[in-house]
Design a protein around this ligand. Structure first.
Ligand code: ZN
Length: 146
């Protein structure tokens, strides 16, 4: 993975370029943890050789896993980095384009890059934290938190 800090503008942030074999969620988590970054958002385009998408089942309080075992375009990937009960949480959704032009979409559980993924990482500009919500079982953003 290569990265560059956005220094020529007044806004801070980073551009990350992932390469074949990189797994996107672990690479982003590693990058932000090394720098102590919290409360960031990101967007990306590129391609995966395989991925696992999730669909949250509110009754089971767990993700149904939908594996994607083919080369796909990362048409749109968006997500954020927040602190969730003291841990770094990377939350990501993606739309993945198939060779016939149709698409898969969902909560991203795994994304294996091939050949590249271009990511823009920007700060929220305010601290954003999550707390586990008992009703849904999900760590939801808590804007009332200090
Ligand atoms: Zn999600």
């Amino acid at each position: 993975m290569e990265w560059k800090e956005l220094k020529e503008t007044k806004e801070e942030g980073y551009i990350l370029v992932l390469e074949t074999g990189d797994e996107v969620l672990s690479k982003i988590k590693e990058f932000v943890k090394e720098r102590g970054l919290t409360s960031y958002r990101f967007e990306a385009i590129g391609a995966f050789e395989r991925a696992v998408l999730g669909f949250y089942d509110l009754e089971k309080k767990d993700y149904k896993k939908n594996p994607v075992n083919e080369q796909v375009e990362v048409v749109s990937l968006i997500g954020n980095v927040t602190e969730s009960d003291g841990e770094t949480k990377v939350h990501t959704h993606a739309v993945l384009g198939k060779s016939d032009g149709t698409a898969y979409g969902g909560h991203l559980l795994e994304g294996h890059v091939k050949p590249t993924l271009e990511i823009l990482v920007k700060p929220y500009g305010t601290k954003v934290v999550r707390h586990k919500d008992e009703k849904t079982g999900l760590p939801l953003i808590d804007l009332g938190a200090p």
